[in-house]
Design a binder for this molecule. Structure first.
Ligand SMILES: Nc1ncnc2c1ncn2[C@@H]1O[C@H](COP(=O)(O)OP(=O)(O)OP(=O)(O)O)[C@@H](O)[C@H]1O
Ligand SMILES: [Mg+2]
Length: 108
C-alpha cells in the first residue's frame, strides 16, 4: 500500500519539558493504527502536530512522499488530516464506573 504520511524525527519542547524527542510515525493507505503510551508520553502532541494545531520544533512531515508544511488545522484538512478525539465521540465514560453517568470530558 502507498505510504500516505511519514513523520520523521519530530521534536517538541514546552519550556523545559520535552514533549517529543525524535518521534516517528508512518501510515499507509488502508491501515488503522493505535498510538499507545503512558500519560505524558506525547501522543496528543504528535497527533496535534500532524493535525496542524501544534508546530514542531524539529523533524519533517512527508505526505505522499513529499515534504509538507502543515501550518494550521485548515492546511492539514486540505492535505487530508482531521484530528478526531475518540473521547469526544464516546457518549459515556466507561472509566467513570457503572451508574456514574458522567459524560466523558472532552480532550483534544
Ligand atoms: N500546551 C502545553 N504546555 C505545556 N506542556 C505541555 C503542553 N502540552 C503537552 N505538554 C506536556 O508535554 C508532555 C506530553 O504531553 P501529551 O499531552 O502529548 O501526552 P499524552 O501522551 O497525550 O498524555 P495523556 O495520555 O495524558 O493524554 C507532557 O509532559 C505534558 O505535560
Ligand atoms: Mg493525550
Amino acid at each position: 500500500m502507498p505510504e500516505l504520511l511519514r513523520a520523521d524525527g519530530i521534536g517538541k519542547r514546552y519550556g523545559g519539558v520535552h514533549a517529543l524527542r525524535n518521534a516517528s510515525l508512518a501510515l499507509s493507505a488502508g491501515e488503522a493504527h493505535a498510538l499507545v503510551g503512558e500519560n505524558g508520553a506525547g501522543k496528543s502532541t504528535l497527533a496535534r502536530i500532524v493535525a496542524g494545531s501544534v508546530r514542531p520544533d524539529a523533524g519533517r512531515i512527508l505526505i505522499d512522499g513529499k515534504p509538507a508544511s502543515i501550518r494550521n488545522p485548515l492546511e492539514a484538512q486540505r492535505l487530508m488530516f482531521l484530528l478526531c478525539s475518540v473521547e469526544t465521540i464516546l457518549p459515556r465514560s466507561r472509566r467513570a464506573g457503572a451508574g456514574a453517568g458522567a459524560l466523558t470530558r472532552r480532550k483534544q
